[in-house]
Design a protein around this ligand. Sequence first.
Ligand SMILES: Cc1cc2nc3c(=O)[nH]c(=O)nc-3n(C[C@H](O)[C@H](O)[C@H](O)COP(=O)(O)OP(=O)(O)OC[C@H]3O[C@@H](n4cnc5c(N)ncnc54)[C@H](O)[C@@H]3O)c2cc1C
Length: 487
Amino acid sequence: MTGRGVVIAGGGPTGLMLAGELALAGIEVVIVERRSSQDLDGSRAGGLHSRTIEVLDQRGIAGRFLAEGQTHPFVGYAGTFLDISDFPTRHNYILALWQSRIEPILAGWVDELGVPILREREVVGFTQDDSGVDVELDDGSLRGEYLVGCDGGRSLVRKTAGIDFPGWDPSSSYMIAEVEMGEEPEIGMRPEGGGIGPVNREEGGGPYGVVLLEKRVEHASEPTLQDLSEALIAAYGTDFGVHSPTWISRFTDMTRQAASYREGRVLLSGDAAHVHGPQGGQGLNTGVQDAVNLGWKLAQVVHGTSPESLLDTYHAERHPIGARVLHNTMAQVALSRIDERSRALRDTMLEVLSMDEPRKRIAGMISGLDIHYDLGEGHPLLGRRMPDLDLDTADGPMRVFTLLHDARPVLLNLGEPGGFDISPWANRVRWVDARHDGVWELPVLGEIAVPPAVLIRPDGYVAWAGELTDPTLPDALAYWFGAATSV
Ligand SMILES: Cc1cc2nc3c(=O)[nH]c(=O)nc-3n(C[C@H](O)[C@H](O)[C@H](O)COP(=O)(O)OP(=O)(O)OC[C@H]3O[C@@H](n4cnc5c(N)ncnc54)[C@H](O)[C@@H]3O)c2cc1C
């Protein structure tokens, strides 16, 4: 590390995704990771939502994940399933794939991009000055222009930066385990959340994943096989002959969010910035999408093409999204309680969700397809995900997402070729003349008017949409991708 570039603390899903994004943008980046390998002690997150699969598709790597998981045309919400097969996206499903598989696939991609991962090393502190950050490791130090804490919920980076982590203490605790069982267990979800299922979803049978609501929230020690056996008997009347655990742990619905995602040259992403209950399976997905929002912005600031203020848009855009995830997981916790009043509330909610409009609203949120960054007034696409349209271009048929594989911004002209002088931004923004026949439909919003031209950010969100003659286009180009340069 030359002192330029970015140090990432933590090589979980968020840190890996961020490293890939920075490497694609030509930034020198290094990951410091405590674990000796990408192996996890348990399965943890169970899948990818539509928008996450889309952002991976934007980089040309979605197929690697799809090849290893199973797709299901719904999202989970408060113990029920909401159909998303009518959503206008190529990925109108969840991909069931354990985090223990997701991480190695991401790590493989990061490795191809040449990012070094310093394993069995720990970030133990840092100090920042006007030009960079000195990052202290357990056995040395590194200097980078920026440090990003992707170091999980107990983030040392967040604590050392003095960033508050306000929120709510846990109201419930779950035991989670991977075990063998002497008898065939009762497979399926339980109304209060959790349940039992095969770890190898396609093959069925053992080993089994078990998640069980616990009676107490506070615990002084890690759970044991004896604790698990007792919890199974309390829930099912038998422990199904449980034995040979490979993983027994706990998680809670503790709900907290960093007050700021940035403190000078230090930024936070993923669980380091937000923790919440696992309801709806949104944690990993939110972290990966944080990384995709931050990567290109940080790259432009490090390259010197954009001012540091561009980094403030990271907090402005992603903090509200994180807050929304915290809010909906808290609602799901409340809806999952098993007292009679909570059950009545859940039944009422399920009735509402059986109607089309509420289903689309909630499923749009859980899947991440409805994300709308507040970029001001304008075309309905502004701040929303660019749909993956089939285009006709001079190079033949092409999908919009293919244009985003190298993580560069695109000015897509769907009108007559030409009509705007892109040369002052041509070293940063790719100009594409294309035609598209057919309507545009957005999840939740429905059909929208086709704009003559669209400025697409590297993260796939629309920075501007309108006529090429619109005087706001040069402003948008300069705001997002740096000042015009003379050619
Ligand atoms: C039981 C359970 C079920 C879940 N289910 C889902 C689900 O279905 N869907 C979903 O989206 N999410 C789910 N999650 C959440 C998901 O696992 C997390 O949101 C996700 O792992 C966050 O990724 P991350 O990279 O931000 O943080 P982490 O995965 O926590 O990674 C942080 C990394 O930083 C490393 N590290 C920490 N401190 C340091 C340091 N000082 N120096 C160097 N390295 C350090 C750690 O070793 C780790 O590799 C679940 C979580 C649990 C516990």
